[in-house]
Every structure is written in structure tokens, then in C-alpha cells.
Design a protein around this ligand. Structure first.
Ligand code: UT7
Length: 314
């Protein structure tokens, strides 16, 4: 296989608020049940609390430490978030300052597909000459969710994950696909000062289609097939969406990173949280291929195929 300059992941971190909200907690105050939530979504509990920047800082520091680096080794930072702490400035301003990163920093908002968008953008900045980029995904969706609306409250939660990407002559990123269909904006949105509004069934249908089509395009660019993939890291929204997409791609659930049972849907946090968990469990070895795949409000979608090229990190 030919090589080309690009990036590889050398460190991972994650952060979850301490406060656990179980399905039983919702049962006590909403017309819902543990059975309904578990069967329809796969979620058993989720974490709520903290701010987007606090969670991002913890995850980002963890990723730098796991890479054996210090903040001064990082020359750029990207924060994927849909729930910035303020409208202005970007949350990356606060996060990069608190971590102590000297280079540029910016927020990216591509909703729940944002983390995979950020990985691809970071890779292109590295191709253009950056050495190391900290890519964080952090969201506090509980802040923009009506906790009395059973159709959304049981789904959305808070969390963050991060990875350090480093320049290499043999890029890990083998294929990618980023997309958006803005005509689908009305099925999932949140106005300023409002709460998440969602047509769940419609989002579900489109999510499966978007994930499968996008993953196929990224696999094609990488010149590999689903059977070459050792680990899938999908957006953690609903176990049934992941099962349906995997079935259509022909990828076994045993090769899939799942954390949504304990995290709920953490938007930008979900893919790096799932990656960190899978790496800690030893689900991927050096040289194996990882498929990242996400979808979100917009509707956005994003996939990436990466050759895992890190020694044990966790
Ligand atoms: O990051 C992207 C964000 N969003 C998503 O990924 C969400 C995608 N959609 C989904 O995950 C699913 O559509 C949901 C989990 C949101 C809903 O599951 P569903 O199987 O599509 O259920 P439904 O919306 O068709 O609702 C079935 C019933 C309805 O009652 P009726 O009309 O049949 O009487 C709902 O009112 O379930 C009711 N329902 C609930 N019942 C108990 C909705 N939420 C709840 C709840 N507890 N929490």
C-alpha cells in the first residue's frame, strides 16, 4: 500500500460528569419506563453536569497526557461542539487558554457528526504543516433539553472525548466522507434559548441511510471493504440505529464500540468517548482498520477510515 503524509492518533482522553441519571430516575417523574427506554434506545443511564469547556479541558488534558506530551507540544486545537458555553467567543478560546496551548484554536459545529468532521479537518491542517493537533469533542446537551419532555430528555446527555493527532509520513487516514443536507433542518433543531426539537422516527430513518451511504463512500476511498474493518466507532445515539447500519454494511456488533448504555447521546463527545473505551478494552491493534461514522442535526454525516497506528494508549 502506498504511503502519503498525514496524521495518526497518539493519545486519547475522555471526561464524564459525576452525576448519574438512571432510567429509574426518569420513571419517577415522567410517563416513561426503564423497559421503553432500554428497548427503544439501549440507554440505561447517562451523565449530566459541568460545562462544555470544563469537560473539554479534562478530556483534552487526558489525551495530551496519554500521548506522553505536554500542552506546549500541541500547535493547534479544534473543539467540536453544538453547545458552546457562550455565543462569543468560541469555547475553544477558553479551553486552549486553560490547557495552555500556544497555537491557533477554533470551534467546529457539525452537530453529532462534528467530531469526525474535526478529525478530517485536523488531518488536512497537518498535511499543510501543523505538527500536533488536539481534537476535542465536548457537549452538554442536557442544557438545551427540556427535562420534562420524555421524547428527548431520556436521550441527550453530557460528555467529552479527545485525541492528539501527530504528523506522520504514513497517514492513518485512508478515506473519508463529509456531507450535509440542510433541507432536513426542521427534523432536528434547537433555537437560541429553546430546547431540542426532534422528529425521532424521521431522524432514525435518515440516520441509518446516511451512516451506511457515508461509510461506503469512505471505505471506497480507502479502497477497502467492510470485512477489512476491525473496529467500528459509530455515533452513540441509539443502539437500534447502530445495529441497523451494521447489518446493512455486514459488520458484526462484536466489532463495534458501544458506550451509549452508560452515556446516552453526548453529540460531539460520543465518538471519542466510544473510541477511548474500545481502545482501553483492547478492541483494536496496531495496523488494524477503524471505521468512524456519525450523523446529526443538519442533517450532517461523516465517516473516516483510519489505520490504527498507536502503541498501547488508554
Ligand atoms: O444525534 C442524533 C439525535 N437523534 C437521534 O438519533 C434520534 C433518532 N430517533 C430515535 O432514536 C427514536 O425514534 C426514538 C428513540 C426517539 C423514539 O423511538 P421510536 O421507536 O421511533 O418511537 P416513536 O417516536 O415512534 O414513539 C412511539 C411511542 C409514541 O407513543 P404513541 O404515539 O405510539 O402513543 C411516543 O409518544 O412512544 C412514545 N414515547 C415514549 N414512551 C415512553 C416517546 N418517548 C417515550 C418515552 N417513554 N421516553
Amino acid at each position: 500500500m502506498s504511503t502519503r503524509p498525514g496524521s495518526r492518533i497518539v493519545g486519547i482522553g475522555s471526561a464524564l460528569p459525576e452525576h448519574v441519571v438512571t432510567n429509574a430516575d426518569f420513571e419517577k417523574r415522567l410517563e416513561t419506563s426503564d423497559k421503553w427506554i432500554t428497548e427503544r434506545t439501549g440507554i440505561r443511564e447517562r451523565r449530566m453536569g459541568g460545562s462544555t469547556s470544563e469537560l473539554a479541558i479534562e478530556a483534552g488534558m487526558g489525551a495530551i497526557k496519554s500521548a506522553g506530551l505536554s500542552p506546549s507540544d500541541i500547535d493547534f486545537m479544534i473543539l467540536s461542539t453544538t453547545t458552546p458555553d457562550q455565543t462569543v467567543p468560541a469555547t475553544s478560546a477558553v479551553v486552549s487558554d486553560r490547557i495552555g496551548i500556544a497555537g491557533g484554536a477554533m470551534d467546529i459545529n457539525a452537530a453529532c457528526a462534528g467530531y469526525v468532521y474535526a478529525l478530517v479537518v485536523a488531518n488536512s491542517l497537518i498535511v499543510m504543516g501543523q505538527r500536533r493537533i488536539l481534537v476535542i469533542g465536548s457537549d452538554t446537551l442536557s442544557k438545551i433539553t427540556d427535562q420534562n419532555d420524555r421524547s428527548t430528555a431520556v436521550l441527550f446527555a453530557d460528555g467529552a472525548g479527545a485525541a492528539v493527532l501527530e504528523a506522520t509520513d504514513n497517514s492513518s487516514l485512508l478515506g473519508w466522507d463529509l456531507g450535509i443536507d440542510g433541507s432536513a433542518q426542521p427534523i432536528l433543531y434547537c433555537d437560541h434559548g429553546g430546547y431540542m426539537q426532534m422528529e425521532g422516527r424521521e431522524v432514525f430513518k435518515r440516520a441509518v441511510r446516511a451512516m451506511v451511504d457515508s461509510a461506503k463512500r469512505a471505505l471506497e476511498m480507502a479502497n477497502v471493504g467492510p470485512s477489512d474493518i476491525s473496529l467500528v466507532v459509530p455515533h452513540q445515539a441509539n443502539i437500534r440505529i447502530i445495529e441497523a447500519a451494521n447489518e446493512r454494511l455486514g459488520i458484526d456488533m462484536s466489532k463495534t464500540a458501544i458506550v451509549l448504555d452508560t452515556t446516552g447521546n453526548t453529540s460531539s463527545g460520543s465518538v471519542p468517548l466510544a473510541l477511548h473505551d474500545a481502545v482501553k478494552k483492547g478492541m483494536v491493534d496496531r495496523g488494524q482498520l477503524v471505521l468512524f461514522s456519525g450523523f446529526g442535526a443538519g442533517m450532517t454525516w461523516a465517516s473516516a477510515v483510519m489505520r490504527w497506528d498507536a502503541d498501547a494508549i488508554g
